[in-house]
Design a binder for this molecule. Structure first.
Ligand code: ADP
Length: 269
């Protein structure tokens, strides 16, 4: 615990004296440290593609000036690096918007089954390219839940994209929507969406930190796959704004399950 002790010269009521103010500043200190780490991480994440871009610009001006093959290859890499910066900035903006909204409960009601069908359709192209089939269970109906459509779309887009990216070796991703009549944690009826893959899974020691900003199990692989390391942090904040729960289960070699639980009725939000 970090305590700050301030001795003031203030008069205590009823007579002269000194007051000692003891404040528990450990939380402030922790928040400040987290903010510093975040700024350092963002700077580092932005500098990596920027350094690559600057290097290629120099090469294109110099040694590769008259080599059309090298120029095309370098321009492709530069486009990829610029895309990475663009995604990172997009995710940073999403994160800051979600954090601002976190105390405001969503006012709309959406059909979560239709939303899931849409996300799956949108990801079919990249899943095909990765050799992954996306199977749906329980999504062929109408299921209304209180929620922000753009934010929930982002949650399931991120989870399904990760399942396709990191679980590709398993060849199958399942997106299942189920109703739980009495969910003790949610104190009532809830809907769960499970995004499961049969990939290599995640070592249990990483699970508690997976939703931290910029935490990756394998940084190189995440970067190669175009990841920003912010996807699950965004998911966690959005689910929390919806008064829901995110549970992550995984076994090395067996695959992973990301379970989002959402309360059924607006009254309990
Ligand atoms: P990223 O942009 O790196 O994908 P995320 O926040 O979405 O960032 O995920 C954090 C890390 O969690 C990933 O880098 C990856 O190591 C791990 N991860 C996420 N989803 C899965 C999954 N379905 N299977 C295995 N690892 C995963």
């Amino acid at each position: 615990v970090f305590c700050e002790v301030t001795v003031t010269g203030q008069r205590l009521s009823g007579g002269p004296g000194a007051a000692i103010v003891i404040e528990d500043r450990s939380r402030d200190e922790e928040t400040e440290q987290m903010r510093r780490d975040f700024v350092a991480n963002v700077s580092h994440e932005l500098r990596t593609p920027l350094t690559a871009l600057m290097g290629f610009i120099e090469t294109l001006r110099g040694p590769a000036r008259n080599d059309p093959n090298a120029r095309d290859r370098f321009l492709d890499i530069m486009e990829r690096e610029a895309g990475r910066m663009n995604r990172l900035i997009g995710d940073l903006l999403s994160l800051s918007r979600v954090e601002q909204d976190e105390r405001r409960r969503p006012v709309e009601t959406i059909d979560i089954a239709a939303l899931l069908r849409g996300v799956v359709t949108a990801q079919t192209g990249s899943a095909d390219m990765a050799g992954v089939e996306i199977e749906q269970v329980g999504t062929q109906r109408q299921v209304m839940v209180p929620g922000d459509p753009d934010q929930l779309l982002q949650v399931f887009h991120n989870l399904i994209e990760n399942a396709v990216k990191y679980g590709a070796s398993g060849g199958l991703v399942t997106v299942a929507l189920e109703r739980l009549e009495h969910e003790p944690v949610m104190r009532g009826a809830a809907w769960t969406v499970t995004v499961a893959d049969k990939g290599e899974g995640i070592d249990p020691r990483h699970l508690p930190r997976l939703t931290e900003r910029f935490y990756r199990v394998d940084t190189h692989r995440s970067r190669e796959q175009g990841g920003t390391g912010l996807g699950l942090a965004i998911v966690k904040h959005i689910v929390s704004r919806h008064r829901g729960r995110l549970r992550i289960e995984s076994e090395k070699g067996q695959g992973s399950r990301f379970i989002v639980m959402l309360p059924e009725s607006v009254g309990r939000l």
